[in-house]
Design a protein around this ligand. Structure first.
Ligand SMILES: Cc1cc2nc3c(=O)[nH]c(=O)nc-3n(C[C@H](O)[C@H](O)[C@H](O)COP(=O)(O)O)c2cc1C
Length: 176
């Protein structure tokens, strides 16, 4: 097995190579979500996010982080709540579309409103409707905690995965 070692804590913190660190973070395989919300003035919001995590069952909490440079961040924090849409393996084009900045993200995208008015995307493996619970400083990101109000799942659906900057699919199911 080959391995590369880089010291992230040193005398010169600025020397930590951000690109190298990003690649190392990318060794953690994730699913892919699109976080959606509806803003009274700015309209529908949506952004591709793989920093989603489940946090707590009692109360039901989830989190994700949004870059401070994201155009979505300011209007997003002004909405009453949001939906975490967990993408299915055939939804990589949707992931790509919502990973771009622009006003045209929603053209031709099938969705219906949640009770809070945030768009629930069609064809996902799961969706979680949340209210804003808390926000924390996360360096160049904001950590956003949501309280789950309602959720839907498709237990038969296979998820879209992301690893090492590439989309992947689940391989054979492992034996228990
Ligand atoms: C697979 C994938 C995962 C991503 N995860 C995040 C994330 O967790 N947080 C984040 O702020 N941006 C993430 N991004 C980048 C945003 O989707 C991208 O910067 C988007 O263009 C921001 O749009 P906006 O500036 O209109 O808000 C991810 C992109 C991809 C392709």
């Amino acid at each position: 097995m080959s391995s590369l070692r880089t010291d992230a804590v040193g005398q010169d913190a600025a020397a930590v190579d951000a690109a190298q660190l990003r690649r190392a973070f990318g060794m953690f395989a994730t699913g892919v979500t699109i976080i959606t919300a509806a803003h009274p003035g700015d309209g529908l919001l949506g952004i591709t996010v793989n920093s989603f995590h489940s946090v707590s069952l009692e109360p039901p909490l989830v989190l994700f982080s949004l870059a401070r440079t994201s155009f979505t961040l300011r209007p997003f924090l002004e909405t009453p709540g949001f939906v975490v849409n967990v993408l299915r393996e055939d939804q990589r084009a949707l992931s790509h579309r919502f990973a771009r900045t622009g006003d045209d993200k929603w053209i031709g995208v099938s969705h219906r409103p949640s009770e809070l008015g945030a768009p629930i995307l069609e064809g996902t493996v799961a969706s979680f409707e949340c209210t804003h619970h808390a926000q924390y400083d996360g360096g160049d990101h904001m950590i956003i905690l949501g309280r789950v109000l309602r959720f839907e799942t498709d237990p038969e659906g296979a998820p879209l995965l992301y690893f090492h900057s590439r989309y992947r699919r689940l391989a054979e199911e492992d034996e228990r």
